[in-house]
Design a binder for this molecule. Structure first.
Ligand SMILES: C[S@@+](CC[C@H](N)C(=O)[O-])C[C@H]1O[C@@H](n2cnc3c(N)ncnc32)[C@H](O)[C@@H]1O
Length: 402
């Protein structure tokens, strides 16, 4: 298959080993525009690239390319046909976009003056791969989980509700196996001024409390359901919270499904540890990212109907690459909460890991970002936060959604 793409090319004997770049079109190409394309690639793919078009897109499949000669050749052709404002005006725009997209591809090899976009870093083949995977015993730590498959309905009084209370206690009133996905960002324990002032206790107490809430989350989660924990290790205390949390869920027999690196690009970290400057004595590492740890209960596959999957092909392609560059939330002062996550982060997670109609739980709901995203994406929700004030703000935000 092409290294990036959603359709196998019908063209030549070349259905594999191409990078695919798709340029959307407002309307299908005219006959003259198609002729123009034919002049460039001849339809054979022997130049290391070829085009395909349909009603909505121009697809450029490329294996190797002299990018400068390619752009020069096309610009010459456009010039001969009256220039950017002539009969090729639209193609001029399309190719400008294509040139930019080609330039934005940063990983390629170089051979004979050409960029090699596919197969230059092909992974070594492992013979008998399936057999070896089986012999190793994937997620061996979770195989004897013993989770029940029977699902229960979430009682009406918890459906699409924001509840003020200690989530450990509130969750105890829920039946087992009634939630499709938990997504949450727990209090970080670095003394942020939450409304209830509870952040910043000793680490043992912190984890004991956190894990008791996670126990309830695991219990209420359906078989095949997911838990996603957004967590920032407290590097200044040398506490790798993301490892401890992952270890806990694995001990509880959930499958570690993966880890998303949320790159916040907040480079202006304000403090520098004394003594760290230009000395190996005790350099202090700085981080501009956080983690989303993803776990599955019982099965990696979540059952659901395909019509209820709302992620687009483009989103899927981008978001399965597990490094998400998303700016930190900008509205924290508006909602008067010191540690919100951005709606975009939750939106991506919900579309990638849940179906429309699923029930989403956030046991540390803050001012309701999870529930807002869930409501906008036609999922049900339950949000719990210990602060009445945050719950009121969450309710207000939800009411504002049309
Ligand atoms: C990092 S914030 C979550 C913010 C949320 N993601 C948002 O975007 O608004 C953690 C939240 O956990 C809440 N919290 C702390 N202990 C709690 C508990 N035992 N039960 C429920 N909520 C709790 C705090 O009030 C705080 O709002």
């Amino acid at each position: 298959m092409p290294t990036s793409g959603d359709a196998a090319p019908e063209n030549p004997d070349t259905a594999s080993d191409y990078l695919l770049i798709t340029i959307p079109l407002d309307s299908p190409l005219s006959g003259a525009e198609k002729d123009f394309l034919g002049m460039i690639d001849g339809g054979s793919g022997k130049n290391g690239f070829f085009f395909e078009t349909d009603e909505q897109a121009l697809r450029f499949y490329v294996r190797s390319l002299d990018t400068k000669a390619f752009a020069r050749g096309i610009r010459d052709l456009i010039r001969k046909r009256g220039g950017p404002d002539g009969e090729c005006a639209r193609l001029h725009q399309v190719f400008q976009e294509l040139f930019e997209r080609i330039e934005s591809v940063r990983s390629y090899g170089i051979r004979g003056g050409k960029r090699i976009y596919a197969t230059y870093n092909r992974e070594r083949k492992v013979s008998g791969r399936q057999h070896k995977v089986k012999a190793r015993g994937s997620f061996f730590y979770a195989l004897d989980h013993g989770f029940e498959r029977t699902e229960n309905a979430l009682p009406e009084e918890f459906r699409n509700r924001i509840i003020a209370g200690d989530s450990g206690e509130v969750l105890r009133a829920l039946p087992s196996n009634c939630i499709d996905l938990v997504i949450t960002s727990p209090p970080y324990n670095f003394g942020l001024g939450y409304d209830t002032g509870e952040d910043g206790v000793d680490w043992e107490r912190y984890f004991e409390k956190l894990f008791s809430v996670f126990d309830e989350c695991i219990r209420v989660l359906k078989y095949g359901g997911r838990v996603i924990v957004n967590i920032q290790p407290l590097f200044s205390d040398y506490i790798p919270s993301h490892h401890l949390v992952s270890h806990y869920f694995m001990q509880k027999k959930l499958i570690w499904k993966g880890e998303i690196l949320w790159e916040k690009n907040n480079y202006n970290c304000k403090y520098t540890a004394w003594g760290s400057w230009k000395s190996p004595g005790n350099p202090y590492l700085k981080y501009t990212w956080e983690f989303l740890e993803v776990f599955a209960k019982g099965d990696l596959k979540k059952e659901g109907s395909r019509e209820n999957a709302d992620i687009t092909a483009d989103e899927f392609k981008k978001w399965v690459v597990a490094k998400w560059s998303i700016a930190p939330e900008k509205q924290m002062s508006r909602y008067d909460h010191p540690a919100m996550f951005p709606e975009e982060l939750v939106m991506r997670a919900l579309k990638l890991f849940s179906y429309e109609g699923d029930i989403i739980l956030d046991p540390f709901n803050g001012v309701g970002t999870t529930c807002v995203a869930a409501k906008k994406l036609n999922r049900g929700y339950l949000g719990i936060d210990i602060s009445e004030k945050y719950c009121e703000t969450a309710e207000r935000r939800l009411k504002e959604i049309l």
